[in-house]
Design a protein. Structure first.
Length: 202
């Protein structure tokens, strides 16, 4: 994956072990502190910025042996959602993880070192669509998540309860992307289908 620095007209490459497997989606947090990229075999690679450089953070086996079609961070970086050809959308939450670094060479009386790191842990699996889930987006308050699918339906999920708050219908072909704005609590949702070039607004 390549990062383009438009201010200094230079690039930086981020390498992964599976370089021959294409990435299908990439996202960056609004704070530009974290990057995620999803590939064609269901893995998510995350990097975080440290001292001005992006370093590997975590690898998530999100949708094994399936395409990841979209990765999306919430506005506050706390949540990460992944859409897939396995007909699900998965939600991950940023958690503090403590790990004990034991050293067999040290004396038993010496306390083990404990390190605390941030990792995204699986929070929910949203299922029910009957086709590939192509896109998703969070509301600014993380109360809802919207998904769109090739089954021609959009679903609004209530976060935390993993339930469908509302299903939006009207398209006769698959929906492949969405744009969402909830400024001042007034929602504007726009869906697009590449089969007929139709836009739908709610």
């Amino acid at each position: 994956m390549r990062i383009w620095d438009l201010t200094e007209n230079k690039t930086k490459d981020l390498y992964v072990d599976s370089e021959e497997i294409p990435f299908r989606s990439v996202a960056i947090t609004k704070t530009a502190k974290k990057i995620v990229a999803g590939n064609n075999v269901g893995n998510c690679f995350l990097w975080e910025q440290q001292d001005g450089e992006f370093v590997p953070m975590q690898i998530i086996e999100a949708h094994p042996d399936n395409y990841i079609l979209k990765c999306q961070f919430s506005a506050d970086d706390i949540f990460l959602a992944t859409c897939s050809s396995d007909r699900t959308c998965k939600v991950y939450k940023l958690e503090l993880i403590e790990r004990v670094n034991a050293d067999d060479d040290e004396e038993e009386s010496k306390q083990d070192d404990v390190t605390t790191t941030e990792e995204y842990q699986e929070e929910a699996v949203l299922s029910g669509h009957s086709g590939w889930v192509w896109d998703c987006d969070f509301t600014s308050d993380n109360e809802f998540l919207i998904t769109v699918c090739t089954d021609g339906k959009a679903r609004i999920w209530r976060m935390g309860k993993d339930e469908i708050r509302k299903q939006l219908i009207g398209h006769t072909k698959g929906i492949t992307c969405l744009a969402f704005c909830d400024a001042k609590k007034a929602w504007l949702i726009k869906f697009h289908t590449d089969h007929l070039g139709v836009l739908g607004f709610w």
